[in-house]
Design a protein around this ligand. Structure first.
Ligand SMILES: [Fe+2]
Length: 182
């Protein structure tokens, strides 16, 4: 498999795992009727915002989609859908941000909203990854040259994603804490 695709899979996995962790903390807190660890919720949210949303998805749009469209104009529909999915993800991000802020300010209705939004967002991100792999990456594997892939890999690999290499819960916790000062 192309290294660039492995990088994408690692980052998409880290995104869904982070949203899953966020959902789990929210659900546990609601079930126990105790406030959640807001600092940890903020850390998880910040990771999703800073890495998958503000860096990785824009990097796909900048470095992968244009070269695919040049090599295979027939991939246009798949690329348009992927771009729409990225915009939908940003909508989830904004709504989750607002719901988290309301919850932390004490709005009791916001907790269930956070749990629901984290669940919807996670499922959507997972579906997006599946459809992107099926329609965009499969076309790219056929159409792109080795040189194209090396350029994409270089562009993707230039950023260190804290959770993409984490193999355990302890790795993830350490990586998230390390982000606090950054
Ligand atoms: Fe994507």
């Amino acid at each position: 498999m192309q290294r660039a695709i492995e990088i994408m899979h690692d980052r998409q996995r880290a995104m869904t795992s982070t949203l899953l962790a966020l959902r789990t903390i929210a659900r546990k807190s609601l079930k126990a009727s105790t406030p959640p660890d807001f600092a940890q919720l903020r850390r998880l949210f910040r990771y999703v915002e800073r890495f998958p949303q503000k860096l990785h998805q824009p990097a796909e749009e900048k470095h992968l989609f244009p070269v695919l469209l040049r090599r295979d104009p027939g991939a246009d529909r798949a690329v348009k859908r992927a771009r729409r999915d990225h915009a939908t993800c940003l909508g989830y991000l904004d709504r989750l941000h607002a719901a988290l802020a309301y919850w932390e300010q004490g709005d009791p209705k916001a907790g269930p909203q956070v749990a629901l939004l984290a669940d919807d967002y996670m499922r959507f991100a997972r579906l997006h990854a599946r459809i992107e792999a099926r329609d965009v990456l499969s076309a790219a594997l056929t159409a792109l040259s080795g040189q194209d892939w090396r350029a994409i890999e270089q562009a993707f690999g230039g950023v260190d994603y804290p959770l993409a290499q984490s193999k355990s819960r302890a790795d993830c916790a350490a990586a998230l804490h390390a982000m606090d000062g950054r």
